[in-house]
Unconditional design. Sequence first.
Lengths: 394, 202
Amino acid sequence: MFSWEYPPRIIGGLARHVYWLSKALARRGVEVTVITLDYPETPRVEHERNLKIVRVSSYGYQSSDFASWVHQFNLNMIEAALEEDASIIHVHDWLTAIAGITLKHLLRRPLIATFHSTERGRRQGSIVEAMQSHIHAIEWWLAYESWRIIVCSNYMKYELRNSLGVPEDKIAVIPNGIHLVEVLHAVDVHQVRRRYAEDWEKLVLFVGRMVYEKGVHVLVDAALSLLSRSQDVKFVIVGEGPMRKELMDKAYRSGFGHKFYFTGFIEDLELYELYRSCDVAVFPSLYEPFGIVALEALMAGKPVIVSDVGGLSEIVINGVNGLKVPPGDVHALSSAIEYLIGNPEVMRAMGENGAKIAREVYSWDTIAEKTLNLYLQVLQEYENNPWKPKKSVK
Amino acid sequence: MVHLILVFTWHINGVVGSQVQEDAEEIAKRGYEVIVLYPWHHDIGSKRRNVLYQPVAISIKDNTNIVTSVISALGDFARVLSRLIHELYDPNQVKLIISYEWSGALLGFFAKEYLKRPMITSVNSVESMRTGEKSLLSLSVRGLEMRFLHASDLIVARTEEAIVRILNEYRIPSDRVRLSSSPARMAFIVEEVLRTFESANV
């Protein structure tokens, strides 16, 4: 399994996905080797029963742009992988596509790719610059070369069909999972809340990268609209990114700066405490292939308000475990927050429903079982395929 | 038993392309089956006899620079190599990899690693001879050039200047560097490496 991030190296949601999936597969008896990038003070090779982590160098070489850097660590991944023995090559996103495709052909092993998002989606449909075209082309190539493709939502399935021309029967929809134990650990809610808000304030939580596609600017505008009518609410905005300073400035210039808490990046434990302690979680993304953060909030028993887009739209059942609003609609978002925080009984019921659904559908054991079934299906097809090599190298 | 020699090159025309074609013909004359893998090009001039020219269709045409172009072609070269060794030949028939310049060495290195065969890299020029720039791209090429020259079992410099630079700039041990200005000399070096490798494996 190839991923450019794996804990403790965490850039986005990919690290957690590969971490929990690899562990859950290993628990089911699959021998998993994860090839990923190095991280300071982390061993190059780690073993945990039948899970092996191999970290290759991502530093020490010059690169003139992001793609050059990515491709060069792919060379290191290929070199490391040639020392391993695998029945299936599973890559996550375009970042490890070169390694996956090269190894597929060298070793003649089936390639499976999980697409967590696409360049066209991340750019809201616009592929203009040379780098974007390069990444888009690699995504197409990865889709073409893969035996099967995994996506986390029906939304992503349609995106791959429309953006990369992938036949639907090549795509398996397996949602992202959620780890129960950490989200549900014991929390002193009262104490956690006091770190962020007054006792009489309702706590509204956002978690995500501070980038345009996450719609955090829509939330700030909706919050300012709501605060002009009612001040018994505090907005905790968790995450790092290029929009953070601009939005902090906007909040403070409005005179409601004291109603916002921009935390930046926080550790997982603190994040789970916040999920358990907030009143409602808001995810107003403009583009969201899945929306793992919404699932984490649901698992913690909290109602969510999401934009009716992508994977978020599939996770949330309107009026059952949360509310959906049109993406980018400041007024609708502001009204939805106001409605929920003004109706504690509705919030409680939605939170309970959400936790129940999340536990049943999105546990990593369920996801690993679905992934393993796909592996077995691919291996069965591979065994009867003339492409399988007849002779090995001596 | 066919003795197969695989040649990896990014250049099929120009100075390096001529070296590739002339060397391949000379080596083929000595009884080896030579296959040249190169990026598909509409015209490679007059093809030599006794040599199989195997164009590689390149999937990724939108690239940001030469480094992304070469590395993103790796999967295509692997696809063609795979067909050669798993369908048309036997992987154990491959005896040697010859690569040309840093780009060919990068592409050939993974065949060397997978097949566990020696690799000779022919170097007509190094990056510092091609450009005096210290741009990030040039530094990136230098880094790759150093890495894959060090990974080669033997380097054949095609000019006096190249050998000096390989020794001084990349600190390659002198016993792993030869000078050759002719296809005949290259073919002689190839046979020398094959003999050494075979005797080491007996």
